[in-house]
Design a protein around this ligand. Structure first.
Ligand code: K7E
Ligand code: CUA
Length: 664
């Protein structure tokens, strides 16, 4: 009984502190709930910290999360949408991988979107390795309009429209076969940047590994974003040729560093592996040097050069050659220790933070010092002639935080948070102020190392990549979960841990574990929920989500639903509403070409219908007001059934039709 007293005290105090509204009798009635809650806590063996965590995260039915996290779905090729702090999955957005339940890649407009990401020869790619989601920004703040994400495996970029949380565009990079440092936006989303990763000859032409230094190249792409169209405009985009170091994570400058862009890199050794034939294995060959190169780009200058004839067109896109980039002052390097990962610009834009996987420090670069060194000139160059700013001329500070620092995010209190992989901790440290040469190291101090479970990769903060991060939460995106969840066999979930960062000093706390029972996410961004203004239903009946306008083939009245034949072409206009398809009988002939339009007449929120056509690999999701078109050859005769795949009403099971294909 003694053990219960502190619990009771905490609960009473916390409950009393919960908002200014008058507590309901149920909450305090004669101490009823605290006693009951204390009994539950005792029964479950909950500590005071557990009770605090529960109260910080429990979200009653109908209460909405103040933040929304967009997480990469890793090699599953999707984006996960998660409420914070409840850590409930709200949606999985199909991006690079077909998802039948969203009707993405099973007959509807998603087919065309997916086809945009196929190889130039038309070869289909039906998955992606998503790493870095990035929200569109205006003035360095998330604006809630668009989300971008890369596919590392195939060097592709995706555009998701946050009016309906659907993927609108995939683009295959015409000159790179893998990427990593993307998607990252400039502060007004002028460009969405896709950094490279593993060097290959431009256009992935054939060249042997003996020709690595001569022919293999890095390549960074600045995709021009047309906000009005909601699409990337390849004709106004450009690339910059880079030495064959493996450019890694990137971030755009903002504030004083706006117009610049920063990427860390690995493999300044230009290792080519091949242990089986006497070479050094990659992991040894790429980690011999003590430093690699932070890549520093003047993208405003690059834009000018690309738009004034300074680029060469390769496979349909402008490419600024390495010599041009050097001659025009577009590219500089500065050494970064050791096996770097992560490149994160501070909210004020004055500093760039780089982690070193094999170095116990984070290294902080000063943008002003970089500018001063460039202005002073006289810089040595690397093998390819790129000017190198010595580390001591660019560095502002180093903070020793532990083994394996990776990524850094920020809050509103002047703290930085770095994920530390080998130590499995979140390190909180203080950012020194703007550069003061009388006291250059002031304020760069480690404050707390919070253990997380286990092996944290990325870390995400609420509004974390903006010019004004919030200070409530960070999420540790842990790669391993080991013993945190019930055993589900040898392939385990990842573990997202929510960390409360509201209190200053060494008071960070883990307050929630969320298993990700899917692929392995990399990065995530967290936006204030009230910045998102998605449709509740599509604005008008007949809305085509691809064009974001009313489709010419929309049918707003079931009386106009019909089947028309023109030779062997059959065109069908169907309406869909609870609880029937019109028409319910579709009779055609084997070998017909079928074009079939569907319009949902629903105006009720959440009244979604599906359209499944068994035997033809077709399934659509028809949200209220949506119009979709499918096209296929009726290459199989027989009696087929189409039915609704969403339980939409009491008579959902009766929502079906017959599709009769008469043999030739
Ligand atoms: Cu997983 Cu950003 Cu691709 Cu680091 S990267 S962890
Ligand atoms: Cu419509 Cu079920």
């Amino acid at each position: 009984m003694k053990k219960l007293i502190p619990l009771l005290v905490v609960l009473t105090v916390v409950l009393a502190a919960c908002g200014g509204s008058t507590p309901t009798p149920a909450a305090t009635g004669g101490g009823g709930l605290p006693a009951e809650a204390a009994a539950v806590a005792a029964e479950r063996g909950l500590t005071q910290d557990d009770i605090y965590a529960a109260l910080k995260t429990y979200t009653p039915s109908g209460q909405l999360d103040p933040y929304i996290m967009f997480s990469s779905g890793g090699q599953g090729g999707q984006v996960l949408v998660i409420g914070v702090p409840s850590m409930r999955i709200l949606k999985l957005i199909a991006v690079f991988t077909p998802e039948s339940w969203q009707g993405y890649g099973y007959g509807g407009s998603g087919d065309e979107t997916l086809a945009g990401g196929f190889m130039p020869n038309g070869d289909e790619i039906k998955w992606g390795d998503t790493h870095h989601p990035n929200l569109s920004e205006t003035g360095g703040e998330y604006d809630g309009e668009f989300l971008f994400i890369n596919d590392k495996a195939n060097a592709r970029l995706a555009v998701i429209d946050l009016r309906d949380f659907e993927t609108k565009q995939l683009i295959k990079n015409p000159n790179a076969i893998s990427d990593h440092g993307g998607a990252f936006v400039t502060p007004n989303t002028e460009y969405v940047i896709e950094g490279p990763q593993y060097a290959t000859p431009i256009g992935w032409e054939y060249a042997t590994l003996d020709e690595y230094q001569a022919k293999y190249r890095g390549l960074i792409t600045f995709w021009k974003f047309d906000r009005a169209k909601g699409r990337v405009d390849e004709s106004k985009s450009f690339q910059i040729e880079l030495p064959p170091y493996w450019q890694d994570l990137c971030d755009a400058g903002k504030g004083p560093s706006e117009g610049w862009f920063f990427c860390n890199s690995i493999n300044s050794e230009m290792a080519t592996g091949g242990i089986e034939s006497g070479g050094e294995p990659f992991e040894a060959g790429t980690t011999k040097n003590d430093t690699d190169y932070l890549h520093i780009f003047n993208w405003k200058k690059a834009e000018e050069v690309a738009n004034s004839g300074g680029a060469e067109e390769i496979n349909g896109i402008k490419v600024i050659r390495l010599e041009t980039a050097i001659a025009e002052g577009i590219l500089y390097f500065s050494p970064e220790p050791k096996s770097p990962h992560g490149s994160d610009v501070t909210p004020g834009g004055e500093f760039i933070v780089v982690g070193g996987k094999l170095d116990p420090h984070v290294t902080v670069y000063s943008f002003q010092k970089i500018q001063d060194a460039i202005a002073a000139g006289g810089l040595d160059t690397d093998t390819y002639g790129v000017p190198v700013i010595p580390l001591d001329k660019a560095m502002e500070a180093q903070v020793e935080i532990g083994l394996g620092p990776l990524h850094t995010v920020f809050d509103d209190k002047g703290y930085a948070y770095t994920s530390v992989f080998l130590d499995s901790v979140v390190a909180r440290w203080t950012l020194g102020g703007p550069y003061d040469d009388k006291n250059p190291e002031e304020g760069w101090t480690l404050v707390q190392k919070l253990p997380v479970q286990y092996n944290i990769g990325h870390i995400a903060a609420a509004e974390g990549d903006t010019a004004s991060p919030d200070g409530n939460y960070v999420v540790a995106l842990n790669k391993w979960s080991i013993d945190r969840f019930a055993n589900v066999g040898p392939l385990l979930p990842q573990n997202f841990q929510l960390v409360d960062i509201t209190k200053t000093g060494d008071q960070m706390k883990v307050i929630y574990d969320m298993p990700i029972g899917m692929a392995e996410p990399h990065y995530a961004q967290i936006i204030k929920a009230d910045k998102l203004k998605p449709f509740e239903i599509y604005p008008e009946i007949g809305w085509n989500p691809e064009t974001m306008s009313v489709d010419p083939n929309a049918v707003t009245d079931p009386a106009n639903a019909r089947v028309e034949r023109n030779g062997s072409n059959v065109e069908i206009w169907s309406t869909v509403v609870r609880s029937h398809f019109t028409p319910e009988h579709v009779e055609i002939e084997e070998g017909d070409r079928v074009v079939w339009h569907f319009t949902s007449l629903e105006r009720t929120r959440d009244a979604t219908h599906g359209f499944a056509l068994g035997g033809y690999n077709i399934n659509l999701s028809l949200e209220p007001g949506e119009t979709q078109t499918i096209e296929f050859d009726a290459n199989k005769s027989g009696t087929f059934v189409f039915y609704c795949t969403e339980f939409c009403s009491a008579l959902h099971l009766e929502m079906l039709g017959y599709f009769l294909v008469e043999p030739k």
